[in-house]
Design a protein around this ligand. Structure first.
Ligand SMILES: CC(=O)N[C@@H]([C@@H](O)[C@H](O)[C@H](O)CO)[C@@H](O)CC(=O)C(=O)O
Length: 371
């Protein structure tokens, strides 16, 4: 049946009927990729039109789950592409169902690093954002759109667009060609983008290994809400746990969401108090990582370590082979069965040798409580 990707997964994954997301998915509503995202309850003003949130400490609303704080696992969305390199919106419906049912992941971070956001045109980024919001409606809790760009007007345009389509949040990376040299310059850039979407939760995306912008987040957060009232948290993709710990110690993980982005050492970040994580591996190791989170919360540190060691064993193996976005696309393709396609140049396809070795490694891992 056209537009009903649920059927592809119907037999394999039985949704938990108690879960609202599963109920939505069970209705099999994959919306067609055309036109603006549908609104609940008829005409609704966009977030940009509705103005700023009333209480600074309260998360501004979300079209997925209004007011729900962003926490737990967030999959860094891969951008599916056709063999000839066009974005492939047609599989996003299946992708959403796969994340929810097979990986129990209900939050997505669109157009980031894994999504090759900075390699896409503005038009492609908008189309992807619209499709994720459309397909995530009633199935996902949060759809966060990365709107960072080297050009401020482009970033502002993407922020306005994300607000207009009802995204749950926006995130912005530091500009990395002409780089901000200090906190004030970085905050000025972020503020100009955030103010274009005054009702949408705003997250700073800190990824110094790729941007080269090493301004400490601890410093950035000092007084941030005075400049950016919608500031909601940080996607922290760096190994500097001292900076992360100081951020949490000074601000509290109740006020802001701290989401860690180095999947191979998430347990260390949990120990200093992060609220959750955004990463590429939650696309296909979401359930395993969720079990690590549960073990940590119990607390069963030995079991949490076991999961982290095994996740690390896989990542250590593939990192030695050469691991990046192209390889993530290949791994997700063989694990989920959903074709993610090639990456966009300058990235090139993972080799057949990589795929065979990565698959054999993943299959060989003996997970505790394996299901
Ligand atoms: C540099 C990089 O791609 N880091 C990934 C990690 O999930 C990474 O793939 C993982 O830790 C394996 O090294 C994420 O932080 C990126 C991410 O969240 C994004 O796609 O925006």
């Amino acid at each position: 049946m056209p537009g009903d990707c649920t059927l592809l997964f119907h037999k394999k994954f039985a949704p938990n009927p108690l879960h609202a997301s599963a109920r939505g998915a069970a209705r099999g509503l994959c919306l067609t990729p055309a036109g603006p995202a549908p609104r609940r309850g008829g005409v609704r003003r966009s977030r940009a039109e509705r103005g700023p949130p009333t209480a600074a400490a309260e998360p501004p609303g979300s079209s997925m789950t209004p007011g729900k704080k962003l926490e737990g696992l967030v999959a860094a969305a891969i951008t599916p592409m056709t063999p000839d390199g066009q974005i492939n919106l047609s599989v996003i419906c299946q992708y959403v169902d796969y994340l929810v049912r097979e990986q129990n992941v209900k939050n997505i971070f669109v157009n980031g690093t894994t999504g090759e956001g900075l390699s896409l045109s503005i038009q492609e980024r908008k189309q992807l954002a619209e499709e994720w919001v459309r397909q995530g409606k009633d199935k996902l809790d949060h759809v966060i759109i990365h709107v960072g760009a080297l050009s401020l007007p482009e970033s502002q345009d993407l922020a306005r667009h994300a607000a207009a389509i009802g995204a749950s949040g926006i995130a912005v990376i530091a500009p990395f060609f002409f780089k901000p040299t200090n906190k004030d310059e970085l905050v000025a850039f972020l503020q100009k983008v955030a103010s274009e979407a005054p009702g949408v939760p705003f997250y700073y995306y800190h990824i110094p290994p790729l941007t080269g912008v090493k301004i400490r987040v601890e410093e950035l957060l000092d007084g941030i809400r005075e400049q950016i009232p919608t500031f909601q948290g940080v996607k922290f993709s760096d190994t500097d746990l001292l900076d992360l710990a100081q951020c949490i110690n000074k601000n509290g993980s109740e006020q802001f969401a701290f989401l860690y982005g180095v999947d191979e050492q998430l347990l260390g970040a949990l120990a200093v108090g992060v609220n959750g994580a955004v990463g590429s591996t939650y696309n296909y190791l979401g359930r395993k990582t969720e079990l690590m989170l549960q073990a940590f919360a119990k607390p069963d540190l030995a079991l949490a370590q076991k999961y982290q060691f095994l996740i690390g064993e896989f990542l250590n193996f593939v990192i030695k082979l050469g691991f990046g976005v192209a390889q993530t696309k290949a791994v997700m393709t063989f694990v989920s069965g959903i074709p993610m396609g090639p990456p966009r140049l300058p990235l090139v396809n993972a080799s057949e040798e990589f795929i065979a070795k990565a698959k054999a490694k993943l299959d060989s891992i003996a997970w505790p409580n394996s299901d």
